[in-house]
Design a protein around this ligand. Structure first.
Ligand SMILES: O=C(O)CCC(=O)C(=O)O
Ligand SMILES: [Fe+2]
Length: 275
């Protein structure tokens, strides 16, 4: 396996491994270590079938089934992001996946099924690097705070309740997932690294602060943490796979490809309660 770091803060490309079929223990542990070090890993042209992608992701932990995005018919744990079937504009906000549950995903495996020749890139930032660069007084302020995360922020009725069936699904998703608080700075359960844990996609306010204070501080944190110096940008080819550590990253899917058809498959690995 050849591991090539892509930027100072985040991202590595791995060559010399086939992710189809069971990855053996030694290779899995190498991938896991690389993930802890680089936060997001890219593998060119793996062409994973849904079942193979599910089996790969399941080697990292239990899988989550998304309350809104549709499951793949061959593997319910694979969710489908199809630009001709769904409104994917909310993935163009910087976000961390599924932070609206008590145990947000530890990571995801994303597989490019059909991508534009140009455009449709995805970007990730390191929330650990963003935290590291803050001044001591701001770190101290943030360490005592928690913030509220709400599924409604990224799945508004206007876009996800267009038919009666969708309306019911959304209503049920919201009832099952009331707003939840997480620490604003979380500690990585394996490496002990600290990272900012707020994202524009789901974080609505900082607990205990006035609306004005919360908006101002969140605005600063969203801007600070998504600076290009913390980012890696991937230009997909069909069949590429990305695996990211969702505990210390945010990502954004660039929606610059208009009506061109783009299809991605995602497996989502359940994590633990942030602390
Ligand atoms: O379509 C993409 O590149 C990424 C979409 C996304 O946010 C995700 O899969 O979690
Ligand atoms: Fe996402």
């Amino acid at each position: 396996m050849n591991i090539q770091q892509l930027t100072p803060n985040i991202g590595a490309e791995i060559e010399g491994i086939d992710l189809n079929g069971l990855v053996d223990h030694a290779a899995l542990s190498q991938i896991h270590n690389a993930l802890l070090q680089h936060h997001v890993l890219f593998f060119r042209q793996q062409f994973l079938e849904p079942k193979a992608q599910r089996n790969l992701a399941a080697q990292f932990g239990d899988l989550h089934i998304h309350p809104i995005y549709p499951p793949h018919p061959d593997a319910a744990e694979i969710m489908v992001l199809d630009s001709h079937q769904q409104d994917l504009r909310d993935n163009e906000l910087w976000h961390t996946d599924v932070t609206f549950i008590e145990t947000p995903p530890l990571g995801c495996v994303l597989s490019a099924q059909k991508v534009p020749d140009y455009g449709g890139d995805t970007l990730w930032v390191s929330a650990a690097a963003a935290y590291r660069d803050l001044s001591e007084p701001i770190k101290q302020l943030l360490l005592g705070l928690s913030a509220s995360h709400d599924i409604s922020k990224s799945f508004p009725d206007v876009r996800y309740a267009r038919t009666e069936e969708e309306r019911q699904k959304l209503l049920s998703a919201k009832q099952k997932n009331p707003p939840i608080s997480h620490p604003l700075v979380r500690t990585h359960p394996v490496t002990g690294e600290k990272a900012l844990f707020v994202n524009e996609g789901f974080t609505t306010h900082i607990d205990g602060l006035s609306r004005c204070e919360s908006d101002a501080l969140l605005d600063f944190l969203f801007k600070h943490s998504t600076q290009p110096k913390y980012a890696v940008r991937w230009h997909w080819r069909n069949g590429d796979v990305a695996i990211w550590d969702n505990r210390i990253t945010q990502h954004l899917a660039n929606f610059d490809y208009g009506d061109v058809h783009r299809v991605m498959h995602r497996a989502t690995i359940i994590g633990d309660k942030p602390y």
